[in-house]
Design a protein around this ligand. Structure first.
Ligand code: N7H
Length: 504
């Protein structure tokens, strides 16, 4: 088996060379065309990844080892096709030795992703139950990780596990293998090799296929909004674009500068906690809600009023243009410009604090304002907000059918395979969902829930500030347009930790 995998690896290197030879156009990465088979997409409007050489130079200056950090952690929402393979470990000894001999060489580092991405990129992460099954007993210093996502369901606003994918409730998921490529054929070839190497030492519990949406919707999530614009710039990895949060590597990577969130064993350095959530999206119902409730702004048609309601719920137009910069109608040119589409703070005229009563340009409840309040908490953001995450998810499920559009009713399971990386789940995802998104008094009294992902145990949600003509009005949303189908908390170790600690 080892020799099969080695020849597969050789194919990867050759094909990676071909793939990079097939680049056409540069334009700062935005209009870059790649061979269909590559794992990453480059949607217009998303900041380009740094070149391998630029990342190597800034990583060296910051003392970051990008060859040791798994490739998904710092990259963000740019995958073409991705398979999440959730497994249980049946035989720890065989699993460890095969991990060392056969799987480790397949694990893709950040450096590889930037320089010569393989046809199929592979990453692996472990739940607490998986580390325990492997007899790794150190505490990683993060309570949500240690106790698992199921026990957090109610505190995250889920109506217990009623809507959860059953496999997330059995306690059997020990780990996840993430495979990203340009095609599911390539993904399945690699997965078959991995499964045949591991044999009965593991068993599949559940799999989920994610894919970028087709054509011009690539990079947009299922409600239609461009996603992945505003991930933090991690010092030592990226040069920030205007308006991007700049974070110490330790906010995302365990054990790096700025990780003040817990006591961790030394082997955990350069790992990151991976939050996985399968979030179903009720797209026809969302569209119907917008159509039924156009905002009554003078000069706007009902259709424009409906589009404005959707944009104010998110805080951005479908093109990615922020409502704070383009308050009444979309500005696709702005949405497409990664040097400008994140260039705002919610404060006017260079102030370091935003106006605490003015929601004319963007509601306090808007999804992107709830999850990153910028000047609402005062600038510089590096002092006021230590709760950043790198979002690295991908849509799952097919496009809307004619029947769904005609009936305004979801018939196919679709949504976002939400993935977020952080050096502390308590400080990252859990904090965002509990302390900000679901806290009706954040960022000011009567802000209400985040209308996109806010959750109230399945009960109606009040949301403030959506109507700019009557900003003190509260809307009551009786439908959750995003429904949690559960997930798990994982730790994505550094590649050297897998080599020297997890697989021995
Ligand atoms: Fe969100 N959406 O389509 O409405 N998200 N999100 N998210 N989200 C963002 O800036 C969406 C979810 C964050 O820096 C955009 O990249 C949907 C969870 C954060 O200004 C859009 C789902 C959590 C940001 C969406 C979903 C977050 C962000 C704008 C679920 C964490 C950056 C594009 C189905 C608890 C904020 C962009 C900033 C942006 C949507 C989930 C957090 C369009 C549909 C669970 C931190």
């Amino acid at each position: 088996m080892k020799s099969t995998l080695l020849s597969l690896l050789t194919c990867f290197s050759l094909a990676a060379g071909l793939a990079s030879a097939a680049y056409t156009g540069t334009d700062n990465g935005r209009s870059l065309q790649r061979r269909k088979s590559t794992a990453l997409i480059h949607p217009v409007g998303l900041p380009a990844l740094p070149s391998g050489s630029a990342a190597a130079a800034s990583a060296a200056a910051a003392g970051l080892n990008l060859t040791d950090i798994q490739g998904d952690v710092l990259i963000g929402m740019m995958k073409n096709k991705e398979l999440f393979f959730f497994f249980t470990i049946n035989d720890a000894a065989t699993f460890k030795s095969t991990l060392q001999s056969d799987i480790l060489p397949l694990i893709t580092s950040t450096t590889q992703i930037l320089n010569s991405p393989p046809i199929t990129a592979v990453n692996i992460a472990f739940a607490q139950t998986g580390l325990t099954a492997l007899n790794i007993t150190d505490s990683l210093g993060d309570t949500p990780f240690a106790t698992g996502q199921q026990s957090a369901a109610n505190s995250l606003g889920d109506p217990s596990t009623t809507n959860w994918q059953p496999e997330f409730t059995t306690g059997q998921i020990h780990g996840v293998i993430l495979l990203a490529s340009g095609s599911f054929d390539d993904i399945n070839d690699t997965l078959d090799s991995i499964k045949s190497a591991l044999g009965d030492s593991i068993a599949e519990v559940y799999s989920l296929e994610g894919a970028a949406r087709p054509g011009s919707e690539a990079g947009h999530e299922h409600f239609g909004f461009l996603d992945g614009i505003s991930n933090p710039a991690v010092s030592g990895f990226q040069t920030p674009k205007a308006g991007q949060a700049v974070v110490n590597p330790g906010e995302i990577l365990v054990g790096e500068t700025g990780d003040t969130f817990g006591t961790r064993p030394s082997w955990a350095k350069d790992g990151s906690f991976l939050v996985f959530r399968q979030l179903k999206q009720l797209v026809p119902e969302f569209n119907k809600f917008l159509a039924d409730n156009p905002l009554p702004v003078s000069g706007l048609s009902p259709e424009q009023g409906s589009d404005l309601l959707g944009a104010r719920m998110v805080g951005r137009w479908k093109s990615g243009a922020p409502v704070f910069l383009s308050p009444l109608v979309d500005n696709p040119t702005l949405g497409a410009d990664p040097s400008q589409n994140n260039n705002f703070t919610y404060a006017e005229g260079g102030n370091t604090v935003s106006n605490s009563t003015d929601q004319s340009k963007c509601p306090f409840s808007a999804h992107i304002r709830k999850t990153r309040p910028r000047a609402d908490l005062g600038l510089p953001e590096s002092s006021s907000n230590k709760h950043h995450i790198v979002r690295a998810g991908i849509p799952f499920g097919d496009e809307l059918t004619d029947d769904e559009i005609a009936s305004n009713t979801t018939q196919i399971n679709r949504g976002l395979a939400f993935v977020a990386y952080q050096s502390s789940i308590s400080n990252g995802f859990s904090f965002l969902q509990q302390a900000w998104v679901d806290n009706t008094g954040f960022v000011h009294a009567n802000t209400g829930f985040d209308p996109i992902i806010g959750a109230n145990g399945g009960n109606p949600r009040t949301v403030g500030g959506l109507d700019p003509t009557n900003p003190s009005a509260q809307m009551t949303l009786v439908t959750d347009f995003v429904v949690s189908q559960g997930g798990e908390y994982f730790f994505s170790p550094s590649i050297s930790a897998i080599a020297t600690h997890i697989s021995v």
